[in-house]
Design a protein around this ligand. Structure first.
Ligand code: F3S
Length: 72
């Protein structure tokens, strides 16, 4: 079974740098303060997985978790 990749923003760490949204607007929604949350809690379509890791690597607060599950 192919791995399932999910994205989560840690609200308590996010400081609104918005790099995640700039790099992957399909995956993040910004609130009125510019803080991000994940656009969906569902496993990502495979074509967006690379973008999730790029966003994670570019968040200066370490507020983005990318969870890879091999259990589907
Ligand atoms: Fe927040 Fe990091 Fe995005 S601080 S707005 S999760 S780049």
């Amino acid at each position: 079974m192919s791995p399932s990749v999910k994205l989560r923003v840690l609200r308590e760490k996010c400081q609104g740098h918005a790099r995640c949204h700039a790099l992957a607007p399909e995956l993040f929604v910004l609130d009125e303060f510019g803080n991000a949350r994940e656009a969906s809690a569902a496993p990502l379509p495979s074509e967006f997985e690379d973008k999730a890791f790029i966003a994670q690597a570019n968040c200066p607060e370490g507020a983005i978790l990318v969870d890879v599950s091999r259990e589907g």
